[in-house]
Design a protein around this ligand. Structure first.
Ligand code: MOS
Length: 754
C-alpha cells in the first residue's frame, strides 16, 4: 500500500500559509538584531567606535566578543571560528558585533554610524596562492589504491591537464534567520532556519557557557537549505541567544539578502590537476588528481567536504590505480561550506574533464572511454569498498537504448553538417554517489511516536523539512506501517527536546535514517496493538494486521476499527508511545588507512544532454536532458522526480551560469541577483525526460527507496561537455578548457580562438 502522497506542504505553500521564521507571530517586547561585519578581508582591528551608534534612539545594546560568558568559538570540526572577531578579521563579511534595537530600520541606521579602523594585511583569494604560501586549514588527505607510478609506465596514453570549478551561492528562497526568546530559569528557546538543530544547541551552550539542556532548538521548516544551513545557520542563532541571555527579551534576526550573500560561505571553488593513463583499448589504468579546495577563512565543514571529493574522484568508473590528494586551502573568503553534493560534484568534474581531454587527444568520442570503464559488480572503489548491486552499466545501456542515442547522434551529425551558425553537441554523464555520512558516527537517527487516545498520531523525528518533502515521506512510512490513513498523522516540528543529539539533515541520508527510526517505532507499537486486537476478536495473533484504519483477519477486513483498538489499549494501560533509534548497519571507515566501507549503498544513473550553441552570439540552449535514474523502488515518485529535476537545474546552473566573483580585495562582486544568475524558466532544458531504472530497490534504503537529494545534481556536469562538443564542432582549433561555469562569454571566446 505504497500510495503516493502529495507533499503535505503543497496547499500551505500555495496559499502562503506555511510558517517560516519570519512569519512567526512575535511576542511582546521583541527586539531586532543586525550584524556589523568587516568591510576588509584581512587585517588587524585597530579600533571600533560604537559611540555614535550606541546613543541612537532605539538602540538597546551592541554586543561584541566582550559580552560572551562562555567561549567565543563556533567552529564545528575545528575550533577556528570566532563568533565575533576579537583582534583580527579574516574575511570581508566576518561578524564583529551584533546590534540589537527596537526595529530593523534603527539597527540598520546604527550600523552605518559605527566607525572601524583596520590595519590591512595581505589577502589571499585563490586556493593556488594559499598552497604556495602554505596556508592550510588542516593536513592534506590522500586516497591510494594500486600503484599509479608503475601503472603509468605501461600505459599507451598519458594525458595531463588542469581544471577549475567555481563556487555556488545557495540562494535558498528563505534567507538565514532565527527567533530566540527567554524561558524561565535562564533557559532559552530558539526557532531557527537550520538543517542542524543540534549543532545550534551545542554551539549556543558553549558560547553562553551553559549546559545543552538549557537550550531548546525548534525548526518548523526551511525555505531551502541546499547545505547552506547545515553549519552556517549557527552563528545567527548563537548571536541572538547571547542577546537573550543578557537582555531577557525575545530577539528576532532574519538576514536580508545582501547581508546573507555577503556574509555566508558557498560551494567551494576547486583548482585541480589530473594525470590519466589509458591502454590502447581505452581502459583507464591509472588516475592521479590533486584537488585544491578554496576553503575560505575557517574550517567550517571543509575537511569533510574535501573527504567526499576523494570518495567521488573516480565517479562511476573502475580504475585500478588511483592516487588522489586534497588540500583544504585557507584563504580570505567567507568560510565555504556544504552545498548539495558536498564536494562530490567537484571531484566528478575533474575525472570527467580528464576523460574528455584524453578522448580529445586520442581522437575518440568521450563516451567510448566512459563506457569502457564503468564500474561493475565486485570492483573495488579506491577507498576499499567493494561495489555491489552496481547499476552503472544498466543505467548507461538503458539510457542509450530508451532515448535512442544512435538516432540522436545521427540527427546531430546531420544538423551540424547543414548549419554553420548553430551547432549541436551531446554528452553522456554517468553518476555514482555514495549514501551515508562519510563520518560513520553520524549515521543514526531517532523517532518519537505518540498514538493519542482518539487514534490520531503525533510523529517527531530529527529530520528537517527544507522543501525536499522528508516530512511527507515520514508520514508515509508511519501510515504504511500502522495501517492507518495519513490524515491521522501529524508531523511535529523538529525539536531538540523531543528528539535529541541529531545529525544534521544532510548527505541525502535524512529519509533513510529517520525513516528507519519511524519504521522501528511503529513496528513496536503495532505489535502491542495486534495483541490487543487478537484478544478483542478472539483470533490468532498471526492472522491480525492493520490496513485502511481497520483490523484485518487473514487479510480480510473486520469490524474492529483502529480507534477501538487504541481505546482498548488505554483501558489496558498499554504504552501508546514509542521512541526508537536507528544506526546504519555495516558501515565503517578507517581514516588511518583511508580504507573501509563508508557507504551503505550507491545511487547510479546516466544522463544524455544535448545542446545547441548560437555560434554568432556564444549563447546556448539546452535542448534536452534525458535521464535513466536509479530510484531503487521509489516510495513517492512525484517527490523523487521533483528532486531529480531541481537538482539537475541546480547542477546546470553551477556548470553554466552561476558565476561567483570576488575581487582581489576579497570582496564579493556578484553580491545580488542582478549580478549573480541562477537558472530560470528560460534557461532550464526545454525537455527533461526521466525514466526510473528498473530495479528491485535496495534493502539498505528506507522501504527500498533510494536517497535522491544530491545525486541528480551531478547530471548537470554533462551540460558542460555537451556545450564543449558543440564549440569544437564550430571551431576545430578550440583547445579544450575545463573552467566552469561555461558562460556565454567563455563560449564566445572558445568559438573564435585560433
Ligand atoms: Mo548537504 S551538502 O550534505 O547539507
Amino acid at each position: 500500500m505504497t500510495k503516493t502522497m502529495k507533499n503535505i506542504d503543497s496547499i500551505g505553500h500555495l496559499r502562503g500559509e506555511s510558517l517560516f521564521v519570519d512569519d512567526i507571530i512575535t511576542k511582546q517586547n521583541t527586539l531586532y538584531g543586525l550584524v556589523f561585519d568587516s568591510p576588509i578581508a584581512h587585517g588587524k582591528i585597530v579600533n571600533v567606535d560604537y559611540s555614535k551608534a550606541e546613543i541612537l534612539e532605539g538602540v538597546v545594546k551592541i554586543f561584541t566578543y566582550k559580552d560572551i560568558l562562555g567561549v567565543n568559538q563556533i567552529g564545528g570540526i575545528i575550533a577556528d571560528e570566532e563568533l565575533w572577531a576579537e583582534k583580527e578579521v579574516h574575511f570581508a563579511g566576518q561578524p564583529i558585533a551584533f546590534i540589537v534595537a527596537d526595529s530593523e530600520a534603527i539597527a540598520k541606521k546604527a550600523r552605518s554610524l559605527i566607525n572601524i579602523k583596520i590595519k590591512e594585511l595581505p589577502i589571499i583569494t585563490s586556493a593556488k596562492e594559499a598552497k604556495e604560501k602554505g596556508s592550510f586549514i588542516n593536513a592534506p588527505r590522500s586516497f591510494r589504491s594500486g600503484s599509479t607510478k608503475e601503472s603509468f609506465d605501461q600505459c599507451d596514453y598519458i594525458i595531463e591537464g588542469e581544471t577549475f570549478s567555481n563556487g555556488q551561492e545557495h540562494l535558498y528562497l528563505e534567507t538565514q534567520g532565527c527567533y530566540a526568546y527567554p524561558m524561565e530559569n535562564g533557559n532559552i528557546k530558539i526557532t531557527s532556519s537550520t538543517q542542524g538543530p543540534t549543532q545550534i544547541q551545542i554551539a549556543t551552550s558553549k558560547v553562553l557557557g551553559v549546559s545543552m539542556h538549557k537550550i531548546e532548538v525548534d525548526v518548523i521548516r526551511l525555505g531551502g537549505g541546499f547545505g547552506g544551513k547545515e553549519d552556517q545557520a549557527t552563528a545567527w542563532a548563537v548571536m541572538s541567544a547571547v542577546a537573550v541571555q543578557h537582555l531577557k527579551k525575545p530577539i528576532k534576526h532574519v538576514l536580508n539578502r545582501h547581508d546573507d550573500i555577503r556574509m555566508t560561505g558557498k560551494r567551494h571553488p576547486y583548482e585541480s590537476t589530473f594525470k590519466i593513463g589509458l591502454t590502447k583499448n581505452l581502459k583507464i589504468q591509472a588516475f592521479e588528481a590533486e584537488f585544491l579546495q578554496n576553503s575560505g577563512a575557517a574550517a567550517d565543514l571543509s575537511p569533510a567536504i574535501a573527504e567526499r571529493t576523494l570518495f567521488h574522484a573516480t565517479n562511476s568508473y573502475f580504475i585500478p590505480n588511483v592516487k588522489t590528494t586534497v588540500y583544504s586551502c585557507k584563504t580570505n573568503l567567507p568560510p565555504n561550506t556544504a552545498f548539495r553534493g558536498f564536494g562530490g560534484p567537484q571531484g566528478m568534474f575533474v575525472i570527467e574533464s580528464a576523460i574528455a581531454q584524453a578522448a580529445d587527444e586520442i581522437g575518440v568520442n568521450k563516451r567510448y572511454i566512459q563506457e569502457a570503464n564503468l564500474i561493475a559488480e565486485n570492483d573495488k572503489f579506491s577507498y576499499g569498498q567493494i561495489a555491489t548491486k552496481v547499476e552503472a552499466g544498466n543505467s548507461w545501456t538503458s539510457a542509450k537504448e530508451k532515448f535512442d542515442l544512435k538516432k540522436l547522434e545521427k540527427d546531430i551529425l546531420n544538423f551540424n553538417a547543414e548549419n554553420s551558425r548553430f551547432k549541436k553537441g551531446v554528452s553522456l554523464m554517468p553518476i555514482a554517489f555514495g549514501i551515508s555520512f562519510t563520518n560513520t558516527p553520524m549515521n543514526h537517527a531517532r523517532a518519537l511516536v505518540h498514538i493519542y487516545q482518539d487514534g490520531s498520531v503525533g510523529l517527531s523525528t530529527g529530520a528537517v523539512e527544507m522543501g525536499q518533502s522528508v516530512n511527507t515521506k515520514m508520514i508515509q512510512v508511519a501510515s504504511q506501517t500502522l495501517g492507518i490513513s495519513s490524515s491521522k498523522i501529524k508531523l511535529e516540528t523538529t525539536n531538540t527536546t523531543r528528539v535529541a543529539n541529531t545529525s544534521p539533515s544532510a548527505a541525502s541520508a535524512t529519509a533513510d535514517l529517520n525513516g528507519n527510526a519511524v519504521l522501528k517505532a511503529c513496528k513496536l507499537l503495532m505489535e502491542r496493538l495486534r495483541k490487543i486486537s487478537s484478544k478483542m476478536l478472539s483470533v490468532d495473533l498471526d492472522s491480525i494486521s492493520f490496513e485502511n484504519d481497520f483490523v484485518l483477519i487473514k487479510n480480510k477486513r473486520s469490524d474492529l476499527s483502529w480507534e477501538k483498538v487504541v481505546a482498548q489499549a488505554m483501558l489496558e494501560r498499554v504504552a501508546l508511545t514509542e521512541n526508537s533509534h536507528y544506526a546504519t548497519p555495516q558501515i565503517n571507515f578507517d581514516k588511518t588507512k583511508e580504507k573501509g566501507h563508508p557507504f551503505s549503498y550507491h545511487v547510479y544513473g546516466t544522463a544524455i544532454t544535448s545542446v545547441t550553441v548560437d555560434c554568432l552570439r556564444g549563447t546556448y540552449k539546452i535542448d534536452a536532458v534525458q535521464i535513466v535514474h536509479d530510484f531503487g523502488k521509489s516510495m513517492n515518485y512525484g517527490i523523487d522526480l521533483g528532486q531529480v529535476e531541481g537538482a539537475l537545474a541546480q547542477g546546470i546552473g553551477w556548470m553554466t551560469m552561476e558565476e561567483i566573483v570576488y575581487n582581489k580585495k576579497g570582496q564579493l562582486m556578484s553580491n545580488a541577483l542582478s549580478s549573480y544568475k541562477i537558472p530560470d524558466i528560460l534557461s532550464v532544458p526545454k525537455k527533461v525526460d526521466v525514466i526510473p531504472l528498473e530495479t528491485k530497490g535496495n534493502e539498505m534504503a528506507i522501504l527500498k527507496s533510494k536517497a535522491v537529494g544530491e545525486p541528480p545534481l551531478m547530471y548537470g556536469i554533462g551540460t558542460y561537455f555537451a556545450i564543449q562538443n558543440a564549440v569544437k564542432e564550430f571551431n576545430p582549433n578550440y583547445k579544450l578548457k575545463f573552467h566552469s561555469p561555461f558562460t556565454p562569454e567563455k563560449v564566445l571566446m572558445g568559438l573564435y580562438e585560433s
